[in-house]
Design a protein around this ligand. Structure first.
Ligand code: TYD
Ligand code: MG
Length: 451
Protein backbone atom coordinates (compact mmCIF):
# COMPACT_ATOMS: atom_id res chain seq x y z
CA UNK A 1 0.00 0.00 0.00
CA UNK A 2 1.35 3.41 -0.91
CA UNK A 3 2.31 5.50 2.07
CA UNK A 4 -0.22 8.28 2.41
CA UNK A 5 1.25 11.75 2.75
CA UNK A 6 0.10 14.18 5.41
CA UNK A 7 -2.70 16.56 4.59
CA UNK A 8 -3.23 20.14 5.68
CA UNK A 9 -6.67 21.16 6.81
CA UNK A 10 -8.13 24.59 7.50
CA UNK A 11 -9.49 24.55 11.05
CA UNK A 12 -12.02 27.25 10.18
CA UNK A 13 -13.72 25.83 7.08
CA UNK A 14 -12.39 22.28 6.83
CA UNK A 15 -10.88 22.73 3.35
CA UNK A 16 -8.05 20.31 2.59
CA UNK A 17 -4.79 21.64 1.10
CA UNK A 18 -1.78 19.80 -0.35
CA UNK A 19 0.74 21.99 1.45
CA UNK A 20 0.84 24.44 4.31
CA UNK A 21 0.04 28.08 3.61
CA UNK A 22 -0.46 31.13 5.79
CA UNK A 23 -3.89 31.81 4.39
CA UNK A 24 -6.68 29.41 3.43
CA UNK A 25 -7.67 29.89 -0.24
CA UNK A 26 -11.14 28.54 0.44
CA UNK A 27 -12.31 30.82 3.26
CA UNK A 28 -9.62 33.50 3.36
CA UNK A 29 -8.79 32.97 7.05
CA UNK A 30 -5.19 33.47 8.20
CA UNK A 31 -3.14 31.02 10.29
CA UNK A 32 -5.85 28.37 10.37
CA UNK A 33 -4.15 25.63 8.32
CA UNK A 34 -2.85 22.77 10.41
CA UNK A 35 -1.18 19.48 9.53
CA UNK A 36 -3.40 16.46 10.08
CA UNK A 37 -2.99 12.75 9.68
CA UNK A 38 -4.71 11.63 6.47
CA UNK A 39 -8.25 10.31 6.76
CA UNK A 40 -8.35 6.55 6.58
CA UNK A 41 -10.28 5.53 3.52
CA UNK A 42 -11.57 2.31 5.07
CA UNK A 43 -11.93 -1.02 3.25
CA UNK A 44 -12.44 -0.95 -0.47
CA UNK A 45 -16.02 -1.07 -1.69
CA UNK A 46 -17.11 -4.49 -2.90
CA UNK A 47 -18.88 -2.88 -5.85
CA UNK A 48 -22.34 -3.87 -4.60
CA UNK A 49 -25.24 -1.78 -5.77
CA UNK A 50 -26.82 0.61 -3.25
CA UNK A 51 -30.47 -0.04 -2.47
CA UNK A 52 -32.91 2.28 -4.24
CA UNK A 53 -36.49 3.05 -3.30
CA UNK A 54 -39.14 4.62 -5.49
CA UNK A 55 -40.35 7.94 -4.08
CA UNK A 56 -43.98 6.85 -4.47
CA UNK A 57 -43.54 4.12 -1.82
CA UNK A 58 -42.68 6.77 0.71
CA UNK A 59 -45.97 8.56 0.14
CA UNK A 60 -47.77 6.07 2.34
CA UNK A 61 -45.67 7.21 5.30
CA UNK A 62 -46.67 10.28 7.24
CA UNK A 63 -45.51 13.57 5.80
CA UNK A 64 -44.67 15.00 9.24
CA UNK A 65 -42.14 13.01 11.24
CA UNK A 66 -43.39 11.74 14.60
CA UNK A 67 -41.93 13.94 17.31
CA UNK A 68 -41.18 13.49 20.97
CA UNK A 69 -41.86 16.52 23.12
CA UNK A 70 -39.68 17.25 26.15
CA UNK A 71 -42.31 19.34 27.88
CA UNK A 72 -39.77 22.19 27.92
CA UNK A 73 -41.71 24.36 25.55
CA UNK A 74 -38.92 26.77 24.72
CA UNK A 75 -36.76 23.84 23.62
CA UNK A 76 -39.49 21.99 21.72
CA UNK A 77 -40.36 25.08 19.70
CA UNK A 78 -36.74 25.67 18.68
CA UNK A 79 -36.53 22.03 17.58
CA UNK A 80 -39.53 22.68 15.33
CA UNK A 81 -42.12 21.01 17.59
CA UNK A 82 -40.14 18.30 19.34
CA UNK A 83 -37.38 15.81 18.79
CA UNK A 84 -37.39 13.94 15.47
CA UNK A 85 -36.18 10.32 15.72
CA UNK A 86 -32.91 9.54 13.90
CA UNK A 87 -31.98 13.20 13.71
CA UNK A 88 -28.61 14.74 14.55
CA UNK A 89 -28.54 18.05 16.38
CA UNK A 90 -25.55 20.26 17.12
CA UNK A 91 -25.78 22.62 20.10
CA UNK A 92 -23.01 25.21 19.98
CA UNK A 93 -22.10 27.93 22.44
CA UNK A 94 -19.30 29.61 24.38
CA UNK A 95 -17.76 27.65 27.25
CA UNK A 96 -19.65 28.29 30.49
CA UNK A 97 -22.79 29.61 28.83
CA UNK A 98 -24.88 26.70 30.15
CA UNK A 99 -24.94 24.02 27.44
CA UNK A 100 -24.37 21.12 29.83
CA UNK A 101 -26.98 22.49 32.21
CA UNK A 102 -29.54 22.87 29.41
CA UNK A 103 -28.96 19.39 28.02
CA UNK A 104 -28.99 17.70 31.40
CA UNK A 105 -32.36 19.35 32.09
CA UNK A 106 -33.55 18.39 28.59
CA UNK A 107 -32.42 14.77 29.11
CA UNK A 108 -34.36 14.62 32.38
CA UNK A 109 -37.48 16.08 30.76
CA UNK A 110 -37.36 13.65 27.85
CA UNK A 111 -36.71 10.73 30.20
CA UNK A 112 -39.69 11.66 32.39
CA UNK A 113 -41.84 11.48 29.26
CA UNK A 114 -40.68 7.99 28.45
CA UNK A 115 -37.85 8.66 25.99
CA UNK A 116 -34.87 6.49 26.87
CA UNK A 117 -31.97 8.91 27.39
CA UNK A 118 -28.22 8.48 27.57
CA UNK A 119 -26.05 11.41 28.63
CA UNK A 120 -22.37 10.88 27.81
CA UNK A 121 -19.99 13.42 29.28
CA UNK A 122 -16.44 13.61 28.00
CA UNK A 123 -15.64 16.63 30.14
CA UNK A 124 -16.92 15.80 33.60
CA UNK A 125 -16.78 12.67 35.73
CA UNK A 126 -20.07 10.83 36.26
CA UNK A 127 -20.01 11.90 39.92
CA UNK A 128 -19.77 15.56 38.91
CA UNK A 129 -22.70 15.22 36.52
CA UNK A 130 -24.69 13.46 39.22
CA UNK A 131 -23.91 16.24 41.68
CA UNK A 132 -25.14 18.83 39.21
CA UNK A 133 -28.31 16.78 38.59
CA UNK A 134 -28.87 16.68 42.33
CA UNK A 135 -28.56 20.44 42.60
CA UNK A 136 -31.02 20.86 39.74
CA UNK A 137 -33.47 18.44 41.36
CA UNK A 138 -33.31 15.94 38.50
CA UNK A 139 -32.24 12.81 40.32
CA UNK A 140 -35.66 11.17 39.94
CA UNK A 141 -35.39 11.17 36.14
CA UNK A 142 -34.29 7.84 34.63
CA UNK A 143 -31.31 9.16 32.64
CA UNK A 144 -28.32 6.86 32.15
CA UNK A 145 -25.01 8.67 32.66
CA UNK A 146 -21.68 7.83 31.10
CA UNK A 147 -18.26 9.44 31.35
CA UNK A 148 -16.36 8.31 28.28
CA UNK A 149 -14.35 9.78 25.41
CA UNK A 150 -13.53 6.72 23.32
CA UNK A 151 -16.09 6.82 20.55
CA UNK A 152 -15.71 3.14 19.71
CA UNK A 153 -16.83 2.25 23.27
CA UNK A 154 -19.61 4.79 23.15
CA UNK A 155 -20.98 3.41 19.89
CA UNK A 156 -20.89 -0.13 21.29
CA UNK A 157 -22.84 1.06 24.35
CA UNK A 158 -25.35 2.92 22.21
CA UNK A 159 -25.81 -0.10 19.98
CA UNK A 160 -26.51 -2.31 23.00
CA UNK A 161 -28.76 0.19 24.79
CA UNK A 162 -30.64 1.59 21.75
CA UNK A 163 -31.79 4.79 23.50
CA UNK A 164 -34.25 7.23 21.94
CA UNK A 165 -31.86 10.08 22.58
CA UNK A 166 -28.10 10.19 23.12
CA UNK A 167 -26.39 13.39 24.25
CA UNK A 168 -22.65 13.72 23.58
CA UNK A 169 -21.04 16.46 25.68
CA UNK A 170 -18.86 17.50 23.88
CA UNK A 171 -17.86 16.48 20.36
CA UNK A 172 -14.44 18.09 20.90
CA UNK A 173 -13.54 15.58 23.61
CA UNK A 174 -14.37 12.48 21.55
CA UNK A 175 -11.68 10.48 19.79
CA UNK A 176 -11.54 7.59 17.36
CA UNK A 177 -8.63 5.15 17.43
CA UNK A 178 -8.57 5.02 13.63
CA UNK A 179 -7.70 8.70 13.39
CA UNK A 180 -4.14 9.63 14.17
CA UNK A 181 -4.49 13.03 15.77
CA UNK A 182 -5.40 14.53 19.12
CA UNK A 183 -9.00 14.91 20.35
CA UNK A 184 -10.37 18.30 19.37
CA UNK A 185 -8.39 18.40 16.12
CA UNK A 186 -10.18 18.94 12.84
CA UNK A 187 -9.94 15.33 11.68
CA UNK A 188 -11.01 13.88 15.05
CA UNK A 189 -14.03 16.17 15.34
CA UNK A 190 -15.03 15.52 11.76
CA UNK A 191 -14.60 11.76 11.98
CA UNK A 192 -16.35 11.49 15.36
CA UNK A 193 -19.29 13.60 14.16
CA UNK A 194 -19.51 11.53 11.00
CA UNK A 195 -19.61 8.25 12.97
CA UNK A 196 -22.29 9.58 15.33
CA UNK A 197 -24.46 11.05 12.57
CA UNK A 198 -24.24 7.82 10.55
CA UNK A 199 -25.15 5.85 13.67
CA UNK A 200 -28.13 8.13 14.32
CA UNK A 201 -29.49 7.62 10.80
CA UNK A 202 -28.89 3.89 10.68
CA UNK A 203 -30.19 2.97 14.13
CA UNK A 204 -32.97 5.53 14.46
CA UNK A 205 -31.42 7.19 17.52
CA UNK A 206 -31.63 10.96 17.94
CA UNK A 207 -28.19 12.36 18.76
CA UNK A 208 -27.40 15.75 20.28
CA UNK A 209 -23.78 16.87 19.92
CA UNK A 210 -22.46 19.67 22.09
CA UNK A 211 -19.84 21.88 20.43
CA UNK A 212 -17.72 24.66 21.87
CA UNK A 213 -17.51 27.85 19.92
CA UNK A 214 -14.27 29.73 19.31
CA UNK A 215 -13.77 33.41 20.09
CA UNK A 216 -14.92 34.52 16.65
CA UNK A 217 -18.16 32.59 16.86
CA UNK A 218 -17.27 29.45 14.92
CA UNK A 219 -17.82 25.97 16.26
CA UNK A 220 -14.27 24.89 16.98
CA UNK A 221 -13.18 22.32 14.47
CA UNK A 222 -14.43 22.44 10.95
CA UNK A 223 -17.61 24.01 9.83
CA UNK A 224 -18.34 20.68 8.14
CA UNK A 225 -19.97 19.41 11.33
CA UNK A 226 -22.68 22.00 10.75
CA UNK A 227 -23.29 20.55 7.29
CA UNK A 228 -23.46 16.97 8.54
CA UNK A 229 -26.22 17.46 11.11
CA UNK A 230 -29.93 18.15 10.55
CA UNK A 231 -30.24 20.94 13.07
CA UNK A 232 -27.80 23.53 14.38
CA UNK A 233 -28.74 25.40 17.55
CA UNK A 234 -26.71 28.15 19.20
CA UNK A 235 -26.94 28.84 22.89
CA UNK A 236 -26.01 32.44 23.44
CA UNK A 237 -26.19 35.22 25.98
CA UNK A 238 -24.17 38.04 27.46
CA UNK A 239 -21.99 37.09 30.42
CA UNK A 240 -23.35 39.87 32.63
CA UNK A 241 -26.97 38.97 31.93
CA UNK A 242 -28.88 35.99 33.20
CA UNK A 243 -30.86 35.58 29.93
CA UNK A 244 -29.87 32.82 27.55
CA UNK A 245 -31.22 32.42 24.05
CA UNK A 246 -31.35 29.12 22.19
CA UNK A 247 -31.43 29.98 18.50
CA UNK A 248 -32.00 27.64 15.55
CA UNK A 249 -29.63 28.64 12.74
CA UNK A 250 -30.37 25.59 10.60
CA UNK A 251 -33.23 23.14 10.92
CA UNK A 252 -34.29 20.48 8.44
CA UNK A 253 -37.41 19.79 10.51
CA UNK A 254 -38.64 23.25 11.40
CA UNK A 255 -38.27 26.96 10.87
CA UNK A 256 -34.78 28.43 11.20
CA UNK A 257 -34.33 31.60 13.27
CA UNK A 258 -36.68 30.32 15.95
CA UNK A 259 -35.62 31.24 19.48
CA UNK A 260 -36.22 29.88 22.96
CA UNK A 261 -35.55 32.13 25.94
CA UNK A 262 -34.21 30.93 29.28
CA UNK A 263 -33.03 32.54 32.46
CA UNK A 264 -30.01 31.15 34.34
CA UNK A 265 -30.86 30.92 38.02
CA UNK A 266 -29.34 29.23 41.05
CA UNK A 267 -31.56 26.24 40.30
CA UNK A 268 -30.63 25.85 36.64
CA UNK A 269 -32.29 27.25 33.56
CA UNK A 270 -35.86 28.48 33.84
CA UNK A 271 -38.01 28.95 30.76
CA UNK A 272 -39.19 32.43 29.90
CA UNK A 273 -42.59 32.14 28.26
CA UNK A 274 -43.11 35.84 27.60
CA UNK A 275 -39.77 37.34 26.56
CA UNK A 276 -41.21 40.73 25.56
CA UNK A 277 -42.33 41.44 29.10
CA UNK A 278 -38.89 40.41 30.32
CA UNK A 279 -36.88 42.51 27.88
CA UNK A 280 -39.02 45.55 28.61
CA UNK A 281 -39.39 44.99 32.34
CA UNK A 282 -36.77 47.47 33.53
CA UNK A 283 -38.11 50.42 31.54
CA UNK A 284 -38.83 53.30 33.85
CA UNK A 285 -39.90 56.85 32.97
CA UNK A 286 -39.61 57.76 29.27
CA UNK A 287 -36.07 58.88 28.56
CA UNK A 288 -34.60 60.36 25.39
CA UNK A 289 -32.74 57.78 23.31
CA UNK A 290 -35.07 54.85 23.97
CA UNK A 291 -37.33 53.29 21.32
CA UNK A 292 -39.30 50.04 21.46
CA UNK A 293 -38.95 47.78 18.43
CA UNK A 294 -41.72 45.32 17.64
CA UNK A 295 -39.71 42.46 16.14
CA UNK A 296 -40.25 38.88 15.03
CA UNK A 297 -37.94 36.10 16.17
CA UNK A 298 -38.70 32.94 14.24
CA UNK A 299 -42.45 32.49 14.52
CA UNK A 300 -42.89 34.64 17.60
CA UNK A 301 -43.19 38.41 18.04
CA UNK A 302 -40.70 39.84 20.57
CA UNK A 303 -40.57 43.44 21.74
CA UNK A 304 -37.17 44.88 22.57
CA UNK A 305 -35.93 48.24 23.70
CA UNK A 306 -33.28 49.95 21.57
CA UNK A 307 -31.21 52.47 23.53
CA UNK A 308 -28.98 55.18 22.08
CA UNK A 309 -26.65 57.68 23.66
CA UNK A 310 -25.14 60.56 21.69
CA UNK A 311 -22.46 62.75 23.24
CA UNK A 312 -19.92 65.30 21.96
CA UNK A 313 -16.68 63.58 21.06
CA UNK A 314 -13.16 64.70 21.77
CA UNK A 315 -11.71 62.14 19.40
CA UNK A 316 -10.66 62.74 15.79
CA UNK A 317 -12.80 59.81 14.70
CA UNK A 318 -15.87 59.70 16.95
CA UNK A 319 -16.79 56.44 18.67
CA UNK A 320 -19.42 54.08 17.28
CA UNK A 321 -20.12 51.42 19.91
CA UNK A 322 -22.83 48.82 19.24
CA UNK A 323 -24.09 45.96 21.43
CA UNK A 324 -26.69 43.52 20.10
CA UNK A 325 -26.96 45.01 16.61
CA UNK A 326 -24.88 44.98 13.44
CA UNK A 327 -22.39 47.86 13.44
CA UNK A 328 -22.52 48.11 9.63
CA UNK A 329 -26.24 48.73 9.91
CA UNK A 330 -25.62 51.60 12.35
CA UNK A 331 -23.21 53.28 9.89
CA UNK A 332 -25.80 52.99 7.12
CA UNK A 333 -28.57 54.49 9.24
CA UNK A 334 -26.31 57.35 10.38
CA UNK A 335 -25.43 58.05 6.73
CA UNK A 336 -29.11 58.03 5.69
CA UNK A 337 -30.01 60.36 8.59
CA UNK A 338 -27.30 62.78 7.49
CA UNK A 339 -27.89 62.62 3.72
CA UNK A 340 -31.70 62.36 3.57
CA UNK A 341 -32.82 64.12 6.75
CA UNK A 342 -30.01 66.64 7.25
CA UNK A 343 -29.17 65.37 10.76
CA UNK A 344 -25.35 65.08 11.03
CA UNK A 345 -23.61 62.92 13.67
CA UNK A 346 -20.08 64.12 12.86
CA UNK A 347 -18.20 65.09 16.01
CA UNK A 348 -20.56 63.00 18.16
CA UNK A 349 -19.87 59.70 19.89
CA UNK A 350 -22.70 57.22 19.33
CA UNK A 351 -23.49 54.28 21.63
CA UNK A 352 -26.23 51.85 20.66
CA UNK A 353 -27.50 48.98 22.75
CA UNK A 354 -30.31 46.42 22.79
CA UNK A 355 -31.59 46.11 26.36
CA UNK A 356 -31.50 42.77 28.17
CA UNK A 357 -28.61 41.24 26.20
CA UNK A 358 -30.83 40.41 23.23
CA UNK A 359 -29.45 40.29 19.67
CA UNK A 360 -31.51 41.84 16.89
CA UNK A 361 -30.70 40.99 13.27
CA UNK A 362 -33.94 41.91 11.51
CA UNK A 363 -33.72 44.85 9.04
CA UNK A 364 -37.16 45.84 10.37
CA UNK A 365 -35.33 47.28 13.41
CA UNK A 366 -33.94 50.16 11.28
CA UNK A 367 -36.74 52.59 12.08
CA UNK A 368 -36.52 52.00 15.85
CA UNK A 369 -32.73 52.46 15.68
CA UNK A 370 -33.08 55.73 13.75
CA UNK A 371 -35.76 56.92 16.18
CA UNK A 372 -33.56 56.14 19.21
CA UNK A 373 -30.61 57.96 17.61
CA UNK A 374 -32.55 61.12 16.73
CA UNK A 375 -34.34 61.04 20.08
CA UNK A 376 -30.97 60.94 21.89
CA UNK A 377 -29.47 63.66 19.70
CA UNK A 378 -32.44 66.03 19.97
CA UNK A 379 -33.04 65.15 23.63
CA UNK A 380 -36.72 64.48 22.96
CA UNK A 381 -38.31 61.34 24.43
CA UNK A 382 -40.44 59.02 22.29
CA UNK A 383 -43.92 58.41 23.80
CA UNK A 384 -43.62 55.40 26.14
CA UNK A 385 -46.67 53.70 24.60
CA UNK A 386 -45.23 53.65 21.08
CA UNK A 387 -43.62 50.81 19.11
CA UNK A 388 -41.79 51.21 15.80
CA UNK A 389 -40.78 48.95 12.93
CA UNK A 390 -39.75 49.34 9.30
CA UNK A 391 -36.75 48.85 7.05
CA UNK A 392 -34.91 51.95 5.83
CA UNK A 393 -33.60 51.96 2.27
CA UNK A 394 -30.60 54.03 1.16
CA UNK A 395 -32.95 56.56 -0.43
CA UNK A 396 -34.49 57.14 2.99
CA UNK A 397 -37.77 55.43 2.04
CA UNK A 398 -39.44 53.11 4.56
CA UNK A 399 -40.11 49.59 3.31
CA UNK A 400 -42.96 47.49 4.67
CA UNK A 401 -41.92 44.39 6.63
CA UNK A 402 -43.50 40.98 7.18
CA UNK A 403 -46.03 40.00 9.87
CA UNK A 404 -47.25 43.52 10.65
CA UNK A 405 -50.38 42.13 12.31
CA UNK A 406 -48.44 39.89 14.68
CA UNK A 407 -46.19 42.77 15.72
CA UNK A 408 -49.18 44.99 16.46
CA UNK A 409 -50.98 42.23 18.33
CA UNK A 410 -48.02 41.61 20.65
CA UNK A 411 -47.57 45.36 21.27
CA UNK A 412 -51.25 45.75 22.06
CA UNK A 413 -51.11 42.77 24.44
CA UNK A 414 -48.30 44.46 26.37
CA UNK A 415 -50.19 47.72 26.77
CA UNK A 416 -48.79 49.79 23.89
CA UNK A 417 -51.35 51.91 22.09
CA UNK A 418 -49.58 53.53 19.13
CA UNK A 419 -47.25 52.36 16.39
CA UNK A 420 -45.21 53.81 13.55
CA UNK A 421 -45.03 51.62 10.46
CA UNK A 422 -44.03 52.10 6.81
CA UNK A 423 -46.70 53.17 4.30
CA UNK A 424 -48.46 50.31 2.52
CA UNK A 425 -48.07 47.99 5.54
CA UNK A 426 -50.77 45.30 5.68
CA UNK A 427 -52.38 46.33 8.94
CA UNK A 428 -55.23 43.81 9.03
CA UNK A 429 -57.43 44.54 12.04
CA UNK A 430 -54.95 46.99 13.51
CA UNK A 431 -55.50 45.37 16.92
CA UNK A 432 -56.90 48.57 18.41
CA UNK A 433 -53.58 50.35 17.92
CA UNK A 434 -53.24 53.86 16.54
CA UNK A 435 -50.92 53.22 13.58
CA UNK A 436 -49.17 56.05 11.78
CA UNK A 437 -47.93 55.02 8.36
CA UNK A 438 -44.88 56.92 7.10
CA UNK A 439 -43.54 56.97 3.52
CA UNK A 440 -39.97 57.85 4.44
CA UNK A 441 -37.57 58.63 7.25
CA UNK A 442 -37.57 62.41 6.63
CA UNK A 443 -41.36 62.55 7.06
CA UNK A 444 -41.13 60.56 10.30
CA UNK A 445 -38.32 62.69 11.74
CA UNK A 446 -40.14 65.87 10.74
CA UNK A 447 -43.38 64.84 12.43
CA UNK A 448 -41.86 63.24 15.50
CA UNK A 449 -39.05 65.62 16.37
CA UNK A 450 -39.82 68.66 14.22
CA UNK A 451 -36.31 68.32 12.83
P1 TYD B 1 -22.40 24.79 32.05
O1 TYD B 1 -23.70 24.14 31.75
O2 TYD B 1 -21.36 23.97 32.72
O3 TYD B 1 -21.76 25.47 30.76
P2 TYD B 1 -21.17 24.81 29.43
O4 TYD B 1 -21.52 23.38 29.42
O5 TYD B 1 -21.81 25.60 28.31
O6 TYD B 1 -19.70 25.05 29.47
O7 TYD B 1 -22.76 26.09 32.92
C1 TYD B 1 -21.85 26.65 33.72
C2 TYD B 1 -22.31 27.96 34.27
O8 TYD B 1 -23.66 28.00 34.64
C3 TYD B 1 -21.51 28.26 35.48
O9 TYD B 1 -20.88 29.50 35.29
C4 TYD B 1 -22.47 28.27 36.62
C5 TYD B 1 -23.80 28.47 35.96
N1 TYD B 1 -24.89 27.75 36.66
C6 TYD B 1 -25.83 28.45 37.37
O10 TYD B 1 -25.80 29.67 37.46
N2 TYD B 1 -26.86 27.77 37.98
C7 TYD B 1 -26.96 26.43 37.92
O11 TYD B 1 -27.89 25.84 38.49
C8 TYD B 1 -25.95 25.70 37.18
C9 TYD B 1 -26.00 24.21 37.09
C10 TYD B 1 -24.93 26.39 36.57
MG1 MG C 1 -20.22 21.74 29.56
Amino acid sequence: MAKSSPVFTCSACGAVHKKWAGRCDACGAWNTIVEEAPLSTGPKSLGLKGRLLPLTDLATQEAEPPRAGSGMEELDRVLGGGLVPASAILVGGDPGIGKSTLLLQAAASFARRGVKCLYISGEEAAAQVRMRAQRLGLTDAPVALGAETNLRDILTTLDAERPGLAIIDSIQTMWLDTVDSAPGSVSQVRAAAHELVTFAKRRGVAVILVGHVTKDGQIAGPRVVEHMVDTVLYFEGERGHQFRILRAVKNRFGPADEIGVFEMTGAGLQQVANPSALFLSDRDTPAPGSAVFAGIEGTRPVLTEIQALVAPSNLGTPRRTVVGLDSGRLSTILAVLEARCGIPFAGLDVFLNVAGGMRVSEPAADLAVAAALVSAREDVAIPPDMVLFGEISLSGALRPVTQTENRLKEASKLGFSQAVAPSRSKLGQGEGMRVRQMPDLAAFVGEMFGA
